[in-house]
Write a protein that binds this ligand. Sequence first.
Ligand code: C2E
Ligand code: MG
Ligand code: MG
Ligand code: MG
Length: 289
Amino acid sequence: AAKADGRGIHRFYREELLHGAKSRRQMEDDLRVALAQGQLHVAYQPVVSTRDECIVGYEALVRWTHPVRGPISPAEFIPVAEECGLIESIGEWVMRTACADAASWPREVRVAVNVSPIQFANPALPTVIASALSRSGIAPQRLEIELTEGIFLQENNASDRMFQSLKGLGVRLALDDFGTGYSSLGYLKKAPFDKIKIDQSFVRGATMPDTRNAAIIKAIVTLADTLGMETTAEGVEIQDEIALIRSLGCSHIQGYVYGRPASTGEVAAQLASSGGRAQPIGFKNSRAP
Ligand code: C2E
Ligand code: MG
Ligand code: MG
Ligand code: MG
């Protein structure tokens, strides 16, 4: 029976592959249209100081509302954009939009922008950033570039040169999703990061007594402190985690507990109403099982 099934399974996979490739092609085409027709927008999520609960900045997160499919997650369309070469134009558009939006915020409030390893490998990146800065008029120190460990897959000399150019612009650098990728401590030695963002997977469950997450967070914070880097705990969802993250020494918190990614209108209201202070959201005090 297994043999008889074999052909059927083979045909099934072939059709799946064809279908997969087709829907990917479709998404590429749709993304091109999306960029041209303004279907993309940027949402902003607050980054909060553990010391005084002040909002120190916002992370820019791209959003796509597909005319037929509705909202599509960047976790789904960014990899497609990276594969088909559209990430350069999408990344440039996000960079310009985020800097322009930040120009209307108080001067001490930063903006963080995610930059794909593909953009990082392109020598044109510093020019793209410099142009977004000068068009918007924001100070370079207000812009934080978020990079993932994927950037270290490229040749050493090229990435060293890119780090130099970016630092030369005066922008801040953050290492995103730390602990999930090709983490090597050697990278931290060479790369001039101002901040390490501790991945959500370590934060999730950190308050539970039987997990090792708190120990791992503590170790990352100790390392970052020694190297003079800030730390942001990502994905903090519940109030109990705020106290724990603070006690572990993280300098910043980002997560639903202080706000989901929101529109520029909501950001303006948030900054105005609270005098720049974040309010933990009280609706949720434990994680869903
Ligand atoms: P990331 O840079 O690590 O961004 C953080 C993600 O965690 C965001 O997902 C955010 O909405 C989500 N998040 C924040 N707080 C919480 C929380 O408390 N709980 C949970 N469950 N999630 C939380 P989002 O917006 O879906 O973005 C996913 C990823 O897509 C980003 O991860 C980033 O890698 C990528 N991305 C988003 N925007 C851009 C962009 O403009 N350019 C590039 N290259 N990548 C982007
Ligand atoms: Mg990020
Ligand atoms: Mg992250
Ligand atoms: Mg991530």
